[in-house]
Design a protein around this ligand. Sequence first.
Ligand SMILES: CC(=O)SCCNC(=O)CCNC(=O)[C@H](O)C(C)(C)COP(=O)(O)OP(=O)(O)OC[C@H]1O[C@@H](n2cnc3c(N)ncnc32)[C@H](O)[C@@H]1OP(=O)(O)O
Length: 501
Amino acid sequence: MDTTLRDGEQTSGVSFSASEKLTIAQLLLTEVKVDRIEIASARVSEGEFDAVKKITKWAKANNLLHKVEVLTFVDGTVSVDWMIKAGAKVANLLTKGSLNHLTHQLKKKPEQHFAEIAEVIKLAKKKGIESNVYLEDWSNGMRHSKEYVFQYLDFIVKQPVKRVMLPDTLGILTPSEVFDFVSEIVQRYPKIHFDFHGHNDYDLGTANVLEAMKAGAHGLHLTVNGMGERAGNAPLASAIAVMHDFMPDIKSSVVEKSLYGVSKLVETFSGVRIPSNKPVVGENVFTQTAGIHADGDKKNKLYFSDLMPERFGRQRKYALGKTSGKANIENNLAQLGIQLDDEDLKKVTQRIIELGDKKEVVTPADLPYILSDVLDSNSIQDKVRVENYVLTHSKNLRPSVTLHLNIDGETFEENAQGDGQYDAFMNALKKIYKQKKRELPQLTDYAVRIPPGGKSDALCETIITWSQNNKEFKTRGLDSDQTVSAIKATQKMLNIIVSGQ
Ligand SMILES: CC(=O)SCCNC(=O)CCNC(=O)[C@H](O)C(C)(C)COP(=O)(O)OP(=O)(O)OC[C@H]1O[C@@H](n2cnc3c(N)ncnc32)[C@H](O)[C@@H]1OP(=O)(O)O
């Protein structure tokens, strides 16, 4: 069960709009193909109500309503009424899984809590709503009030609930505790379907999910990019890779190739950037940096593992920098269709190491420039040059540009407006390329940074990701002015596509 839209949205500072929630829900159910999604907590807000309504309407029309779940509370008729109005059919009732929570938050005795739970479940059933139950703080319950947990389970086993959800609410369990606690429970109540819900406070989320599976849990709660309250939940992509590779007897419907796309979508909608080293979905997790690794891969795929990038629709890359050796560089040159003799390869390698030592970021798109510089060749030159431009920026008027672009010695002029200065620049460029009947790549990412702690006069680096013919490449521009650095990165792109045409 994916709970990106409920627990994932509990990431501090994150709020999805109703249409963003609908888009993510559609992707999760139809392309990623998770079994179920939890999309909201009941009662939260008008916006949340609208989102649930949108999703249930779409799910009903596509016969998927039984896969859409909402977290509800032990509050008499309130949550159930909310669910009915929002068109949802599956309630995940939040109940207390530790005596500590029950005593100090709800200030109730077990018998009273059980009676109220039974009443809500009965009411829900009468209204055609199916119930599952969360045992909130179950992990502390198992550590400190096991008797209460079993008293609860003895009660719930007699109720018409479909699944019992065991949350490690504060992410405090060790993998061996997860294994012991889940095993004990699954063996004691063989007829109940148990889900494990792991948080990542000690970075043990995925390890704990693996132990829960080994112990016989029947379902897992995961979130895209590991989003969720505090340190988040066990991440979907990592848990699925672990499940497919280490638990071959468990069958999952999840499509591995769709995990990167949903990760990017959630990254965009949430505004929470994924760390580049985030397993499976991070920018650099399939990039070999060390020269020795690239050499081993070339000789006999020595640094390959089962976790191959192609499974997730991604590609292995070889980074350029001070730890690159010849094999890394050769690999990148091969991508550009360039082969060098040993001596030239040594020179280029040496230059890249020097640049790396100066903390320069070297991208594969920089290689043609390094080559022409190091080998003193005239073969790769700026065939396209941004000759002149005037950019305007003023209050209450759209930014505009006049651009002179030189292509193969011929100068083209265009004017355009845009939402920002760079957008205006790109619009003028598009006009020129349209006139020349040439295609421009699509801009898929735009990252600007200054050195950490830098001041406003610091150099600004813009790295733009472009996509053309299903291939991605990055170009980089450096300048004290942000727009100029983006224009420099764009000029590099124009020369790369010209050399590839
Ligand atoms: C496992 C999890 O991650 S739990 C996440 C649950 N989801 C959320 O909390 C969603 C966001 N929450 C909210 O929007 C609000 O907290 C609401 C709408 C649920 C309640 O809002 P408020 O009425 O303002 O109450 P507030 O947030 O201050 O406190 C929670 C109240 O719920 C009670 N409560 C706690 N757990 C439960 C429960 N399982 N069922 C019913 N009530 C509960 C508390 O005792 C407290 O009641 P009190 O004020 O009578 O002492």
